[in-house]
Each structure stands twice: as structure tokens, then as C-alpha cells.
Design a protein around this ligand. Structure first.
Ligand code: R1P
Length: 317
């Protein structure tokens, strides 16, 4: 039988477990890596956690997988959340509710690159991210052809760029550059792996329409979206679906109520290059995720959190 949930406003069970992620105090560390899928989460643990193992593991009914352990003695949690803004919202709000003090959250995600500077196999660390969302009213049956043609309503909304945390950005770039693997003729066409910082990312609310992909079954009004974005957003190099919302929630947190800050960053692995139409192989994904996973763990270990903003008790002690 399932536990009874208390408080319809922010549901938790009698032990304090949140409704969707399903964890409670002491199970999630102040340093978190969020990934899109369970395979990547387990790969990071296996290749980077002490002993190659988690000390705590929970897979919720809603498919959030939480793995907590240590990296050189420092508690770190990996949470696999799935894809998109709404899952980032569940994940950040529910983890913030069970972790006291500061949170440093790094997304280890895949992305599509819009630039030849970031070929497949690169890892890109954005300085900032913009949100790109479909403007549902543009497609509403009551919107007229004149309104659409005049530009008084646009099919996509592009937000202002929102910064990642500067220290997290720098720690990620340093760690990735310090651990660059040698070029391998059997991987990524023999190109040497690259780690780039200081770029801008666009997080979209669809893999398809709001990333400018051309498909035939729906009216998306997005033929020039990638070009418009590149014109309006300086340094735009990657598309993915989560980083903007992480930055947004970090900026929106009520520090007094939370009792700490949320700092966010992202290491984005280039799986696809939209300029060359290249896509990486499953074996290359494995190699890239292990390198980037280790580098993200080391960056998190290197980031200072004041002792009074760090949890003392948890599954790690
Ligand atoms: C789409 O295929 C998914 O891949 C990218 C996008 O952001 C989206 O979540 O990231 P992940 O591989 O980290 O899920």
C-alpha cells in the first residue's frame, strides 16, 4: 500500500518523501549532477564514485532515479530526471525541499551544436542560457493571418539570457580541460576532444518545433527560427532542453526561506552537429559520458560550500 500524502500544497509522505522524486532529508547531497537518463546516471557512478558504487539508490514511480555516494569523500548525488522544463521543475523544487543549506546543481546533458567550433564529441560549458518556448496563441484558431503576417505576434518566445553561476562555469571548464582525453583515430573521426566555455545555450520546450527542426505533420512556423536565434542571441552555440530552467529556478529561489543559495551550471556533450548533420555512435556516447562525468564530479568537489551551509548528516556518514 502507498503511504498517505500530507499537504496538498506540497505533497510529502509521513517520512517527508516528496511526491515525484520520492526522496527525503539525508538522502540527497548538497552537490548534485542531473542527467537525462538512467544509463548515464549509472555510468557516472560506476566510473567516478568512490568504490564505483552508490551508498543510496531510489527509483521513484515517476522514473526519477536518485544515486547518492561520495567522490574522494565528498557527498554527491546523481539524479536522472528525463527531459524538458517540467521535469527540471519537479526535480529542483523537490530536491530543494529535502536538502538544507546550499545546492550546487550541474547538468551533465547532451546537446545539439549549431557551430563548427563544437563538433560531435566536444563538451561545451555555457556561460548563459536563453529559453525558447512555443507561443501557443500564435497557433490559436482565433489568431488571424494578418496578425501572423504583421509580426504583431511571433510563433516563438525568446527570453533574455540568464547566467549560470560564474564559479561553477569556471570550475567545469578547468576540470574538463585538465582531463582532455587524447585523440583516438577510432572516435569522432579522429578529431581531438574539445572543451569550450563562454558560449550561450538555448533551452527549448520542444526537441522539434522550438529547436527549428523541420517536420511534416504539424504547422510549426519555424523555418527561420534557428537563423532568428543566431541573429538575436550573441554566442549562441547549443540547443538542449533543461539548462535555462535550472538557471531560472536558481535565480528565483527565496534564499531566506531556503536557508541557502542554488548555483547552477552545465556541461553539454555534443551528440549532434546541426551544421554537419553528424550524430555520435553509442560507443562514442559511452566514452564521452565517462570523461565528462568524471570531470563534472571533480569540478563539484572543487567548488567550496561554506560548512554552515552544508548538511552534516546523510547516507554518506
Ligand atoms: C532530447 O533528446 C534530450 O537530450 C538532451 C535534451 O536536453 C533533451 O533532454 O539532453 P539529455 O541527453 O541530457 O536528456
Amino acid at each position: 500500500m502507498k503511504d498517505v500524502l500530507l499537504d496538498a500544497n506540497f505533497p510529502r509522505d509521513a517520512q517527508g518523501r516528496t511526491y515525484h522524486v520520492g526522496t527525503k532529508a539525508g538522502q540527497v547531497a548538497n552537490r548534485i549532477i542531473t542527467v537525462g537518463d538512467h544509463v548515464r546516471a549509472r555510468r557516472v557512478v560506476e566510473s567516478s564514485f568512490d568504490g564505483g558504487q552508490a551508498l543510496f539508490e531510489f527509483e521513484s514511480q515517476r522514473n526519477f532515479l536518485t544515486l547518492t555516494g561520495t567522490v574522494r569523500g565528498v557527498p554527491i548525488t546523481v539524479v536522472a530526471i528525463g527531459m524538458g522544463f517540467s521535469l527540471v521543475d519537479f526535480f529542483v523544487r523537490e530536491c530543494a525541499a529535502v536538502v538544507s543549506g546550499d545546492l550546487v546543481i550541474v547538468r551533465l546533458g547532451s546537446c545539439g551544436s549549431l557551430s563548427s567550433d563544437a563538433p560531435i564529441g566536444s563538451v561545451v560549458v555555457p556561460r548563459a542560457s536563453v529559453g525558447v518556448t512555443r507561443n501557443y496563441d500564435y497557433f490559436h484558431p482565433s489568431t488571424t493571418a494578418e496578425e501572423r503576417a504583421s509580426g504583431s505576434i511571433e510563433p516563438y518566445t525568446i527570453t533574455k539570457p540568464l547566467d549560470c553561476d560564474g564559479e561553477v562555469h569556471d570550475a567545469l571548464v578547468r576540470s574538463l580541460q585538465a582531463t582532455l582525453p587524447p585523440a583516438d583515430p577510432a572516435l569522432f573521426g579522429g578529431a581531438p576532444p574539445r572543451a569550450l566555455g563562454n558560449i550561450t545555450n538555448a533551452s527549448a520546450d520542444s526537441f522539434y518545433s522550438s529547436q527549428g527542426r523541420q517536420t511534416s505533420l504539424f504547422v510549426d512556423a519555424n523555418a527561420n527560427l534557428a537563423a532568428v536565434l543566431q541573429e538575436r542571441v550573441p554566442q549562441l552555440q547549443t540547443f538542449e532542453m533543461e539548462t535555462f530552467l535550472l538557471n531560472h529556478l536558481a535565480a528565483a529561489v527565496d534564499e531566506g526561506a531556503k536557508g541557502g543559495r542554488i548555483r547552477t551550471g552545465a556541461a553539454q556533450m555534443v551528440f549532434a552537429n546541426r551544421t554537419t548533420q553528424q550524430f555520435i555512435t553509442p560507443h562514442e556516447v559511452d566514452v564521452l559520458e565517462r570523461w565528462a562525468g568524471r570531470a563534472v564530479c571533480e569540478a563539484l568537489v572543487a567548488i567550496d560550500i561554506a560548512p554552515e551551509r552544508l548538511q552534516k548528516e546523510g547516507v554518506w556518514n
